[in-house]
Design a protein around this ligand. Structure first.
Ligand code: HEC
Ligand code: HEC
Length: 87
């Protein structure tokens, strides 16, 4: 009888943990990363066959000397297009 009770308790613990994980996932905040603007300076980059190739040009404008430098508290900056998706 003891083992049946333990198995039932293990099932309940399992269900509680799964519910907790689901709850955390459903309560995750909405995605807030800004998308790439839908303008010519960004559109033309995305027609390159390779994201890594496109990312080499981002720094021309978004580097410290560019026209639109990143804020100093910008998250880690490698592989721009993994976070910034096209619209
Ligand atoms: C020719 C210059 C230029 C290049 C190259 C460029 N950008 Fe931009 N980018 C801008 C300018 C100027 C703005 C701000 C005005 C606007 O919305 O277009 C901007 C805005 C953005 C924004 C939106 C920021 C916001 O607050 O909504 C993101 C994201 C972005 N760029 C990412 C990139 C990435 C990633 C690349 C490389 C694939 C890139 N940019 C290449 C000039 C450029
Ligand atoms: C790890 C994900 C991630 C990567 C990689 C990334 N970004 Fe961002 N970027 C963000 C987030 C999130 C924000 C919004 C920050 C905020 O509003 O506090 C942002 C904001 C921006 C902005 C708006 C201006 C600013 O500084 O807040 C531009 C432009 C931008 N990113 C360009 C780039 C470029 C160019 C690269 C590659 C060199 C890049 N990002 C790589 C997540 C990322």
């Amino acid at each position: 009888m003891k083992t049946v009770k333990n198995a039932r308790r293990a099932n309940i613990v399992f269900i509680v943990i799964c519910s907790a994980i689901l709850l955390v996932l459903f309560r995750a905040p909405r995605e807030t990363t800004p998308k790439l603007p839908n303008d010519s300076s960004h559109k033309s980059l995305l027609t390159l066959n390779d994201n890594k190739e496109a990312e080499r040009s981002c720094g021309d404008c978004h580097g410290p000397e560019g026209q639109s430098p990143l804020r100093s508290d910008h998250p880690p900056k490698f592989r721009c297009l993994l976070c910034h998706k096209a619209q």
